[in-house]
Write a protein that binds this ligand. Sequence first.
Ligand code: C2E
Ligand code: CA
Ligand code: CA
Ligand code: CA
Length: 279
Amino acid sequence: AKSNGAASYEIFDAAMGAQALLQLEKQTDVRRAVERREFVVFYQPKVELSSGALHGFEALVRWAHPERGIVSPGEFIPLAEESDLIVRIGRFVLEESCRQAKVWRDRYGAHAPAVGVNLSARQFRDPNLARIVGAALEETGLDPNALLLEVTESAMMDDAESSGARLRELKALGVRIAIDDFGTGYSSLAYLQHFPLDMLKIDRSFVTELGRDPKGTAIIEAVSSLGHLLEMQVLAEGVETTDQLARLRDLGCELGQGYYWSRPLPQEEAEELIAKSFG
Ligand code: C2E
Ligand code: CA
Ligand code: CA
Ligand code: CA
């Protein structure tokens, strides 16, 4: 029995080793992709629910893998978040998005769509963040109010005490700030009231429940009035159906994003969409 136990321990250990090795291999792949500049930015439209007008874009990173094609962020962002890789990828997305937004501003004027850039928890905690964002604005010459930074509710509330100062530091650059995936974390309303936020993005999970569960409807209604009371724009994520769109309008939500209008688009297709709306 004793030798048996030792043997199974060894197998367990070998399996753990293989796991760790695979993890390390993936890390190395992502690191190499950063060095080879294999990442690209896609843009998903944000739409005004009342008019259907294009309001802005969210920048969403993709890995243009030489063999696998376009790889979605779910496959590498969580991995990148375990190290400084996320800071390097994040910096690329920020700079590329600012450069693109500047092109659109120059072409279509002050009403050209603003661009939202996601910040991971690790980026948000980086003491150099405001300097990095400031440098991206300066280098591209982008008007700061054309940049929206999307920070998840859980990243903000993780250390709410210091988040306020961090948000004010960013706000001082003139950028706008969104609280992302709202409703999935645990917000302290006391903090929320003091954070300088411009947009509240209601998480897709609530939109999916619309029309299925009366409580889902009540939550969206409550969250949009909370957002408006705190003087934020309210956007619903993951809108896929006409029914959801109609309900969201009724509930007082003013902006939406989702496959109902469009999936995230490669840059050239995003440009075609802007040209149609503004050209
Ligand atoms: P997120 O910030 O919540 O972005 C919205 C995600 O929902 C995107 O997935 C988008 O394609 C997807 N989506 C939009 N509309 C619909 C819809 O109607 N139905 C469904 N089922 N999904 C919809 P994506 O592009 O795969 O990104 C996933 C997550 O990866 C993002 O969630 C964000 O957390 C992260 N991410 C993406 N790009 C970046 C980035 O540049 N930096 C950082 N830090 N994170 C990023
Ligand atoms: Ca987002
Ligand atoms: Ca989101
Ligand atoms: Ca999400």
